[in-house]
Write a protein that binds this ligand. Structure first.
Ligand code: ZN
Length: 242
């Protein structure tokens, strides 16, 4: 898609952003959405980038997420990481098989694997798009709700992939749950675009393959943020620590 067109659409769909200042006065939790190889590591699987991708793996998302995770861990602030993970016999339409349990696709990216031993981090495997629904246990309890409650979290900072899919669905559900009183301590859900990304499937590629739909990366990332904001999320232009 021509970058001029993207710029015009961004003007038509503005996403208001503000700097986020974090301090220990407001209990903040960091939510990582699907920082797994199957989505972030070049060549790792059906839904991984096929070549180095600036938005996903080279400069932005993973690096920013690692930076934030280290700062949260130093401060002993809570971290919650969703990991997409599927049983080999249970497909997830419309997607091809991905992040199958027991494969490296379902593991955290190498730079975040230390979270597995991080006492302040809660890891949650999910076999659906929406991590909020993926947090429901067989007995009806919800691991994410319990995490917010047990840590008395007032705001969550959400990062990860894909901005317009798993991040958006989780944010939308968390906001609805908050509005219904399921997350009594939670005031704000904040999305940080620089640590979010989505995949790229340009129109000229989609045209040659009738099984796929075009998904222009920069525009869909923007639309994900626009919709998240429309649901009531705040969008952080930068994240600063006291
Ligand atoms: Zn999945």
């Amino acid at each position: 898609m021509a970058s001029q067109t993207v710029e015009l659409l961004k003007e038509e769909l503005p996403v208001e952003q503000q700097p986020l200042y974090l301090s220990s006065d407001i209990k903040t939790g960091l939510v990582l959405v699907d920082l797994v190889n199957g989505f972030c590591t070049v060549g790792a699987g059906n839904l991984a980038p096929r070549e180095p991708d600036e938005q996903i793996s080279i400069s932005k998302m993973v690096e920013e997420t690692v930076r934030l995770s280290k700062l949260f861990s130093e401060k002993k602030w809570p971290i919650f990481a969703f990991l997409d993970c599927h049983h080999p016999d249970v497909p997830e339409p419309p997607y091809p098989p991905h992040c199958i349990a027991g494969t490296d696709e379902a593991n955290l990216v190498p730079d975040l694997q230390w979270l597995e031993d991080e006492p302040n981090a809660t890891l949650r495997q999910k076999d659906c798009i929406d991590g909020f629904l993926g947090s429901i246990e067989k007995d009806g309890s919800n691991v994410f709700i319990d995490w917010v409650k047990n840590n008395q979290i007032k705001q969550v900072l959400v990062v990860g992939i894909c901005t317009d899919i798993c991040v958006l669905d989780f944010v939308s559900s968390a906001l609805s749950a908050r509005n219904r009183g399921f997350l009594s301590t939670l005031e704000n859900v904040i999305v940080y675009p620089q640590a979010c990304a989505t995949f790229d499937l340009p129109l000229h590629v989609a045209r040659n393959n009738k099984d796929v739909v075009a998904h222009p990366q920069e525009l869909m990332h923007h639309i994900g943020l626009y919709l998240a904001r429309g649901r009531g999320a705040k969008i952080a232009s930068e994240v600063l620590f006291d």
